[in-house]
Write a protein that binds this ligand. Sequence first.
Ligand SMILES: [Zn+2]
Ligand SMILES: [Zn+2]
Length: 248
Amino acid sequence: MSLNLIIYAIFVLLIALTIHFLENKYPLENIKRISTIKFDFIVITTSTLLVFFIMDHLLNEKIVSFIHSFVGLGGNINSWPPWMRLVLALVVGDFGYYLVHRMMHLPFFWNTHRFHHSIVKIYWFSGLRTSFLNSLIIRIPYLVGFQIFEVGYKELLIASILLIIVNFWIHANLKLRVDNFLSYFIITPRFHRLHHVNDEQVAGNNFGNIFSIWDHLFGTAIIDESWDKSEKGEMLEWREVYRQIIGF
Ligand SMILES: [Zn+2]
Ligand SMILES: [Zn+2]
C-alpha cells in the first residue's frame, strides 16, 4: 500500500469518527446504532469484497479504454486543469447517478436497490449497505464521467474518497440548522433521509447523491421537516439477506 493510500485511509477514518461523534451530540433521530452495527459490518464487508473482486476482473484496461473510445472527447482536453476535469466529471457522473437511481426504483430494477432501502436505522455507516449489483450499476455513470474528461489517477483517488465521504454525510443521523438551506445546492442528511421514508409519495423523491440540482430541476425534490421521526426501511430476516446482498 502506498503512502498516499494510507494517508487517504486515515483521512476517511477521521471524517467517519467526526461524523460518529457529531451524531452522538446532534442526532436527528434517537436510534441505537449498536443493535444494527454488527449486521451492517458483515453485509457491507461481504458486498464490498464482491464488488472489488468483480471490478478487479471485469474492469481491466481493455474495458476502460473501450468506454473511453466511446465517450472520450479527445482533442486537447488533457490541457485543461486537472481539478476542472475532476469537477466536470463529478457533475456529469452525478447527473448519471440521478438517472440510474430513478431507474432502480422502477419495478423491473427494484430488486437491485431493495437492499439499500432495508436500512431501518439510518446512520453514517449504514448507507454503504447496497447490493452487489447496485454498487456495480451505480458506479458506471461516474466511470463514464471520469473517462469523458480523462481524469488522472490522483484525481480518481480523490474522487473515490469524496464519494465515500458523501455516502457517510448523506446518511448521517445529524440535525443541522443549515440542512434545509444547504439542500438547495447539495444532498444533505435530512434531504436523503426523506428518500428512505416508508411512504411512497415521499420516498419517490430526492434521488441525488452529491448535488441536489437534478432533483430540483426535474421536480423530485422534497424539503420537509415533518417526516424527521417517521419510520424508514423494511426489516430483513437473515434468510432474505443472501439474495438481496447480490441484488436479484
Ligand atoms: Zn433509492
Ligand atoms: Zn440511502
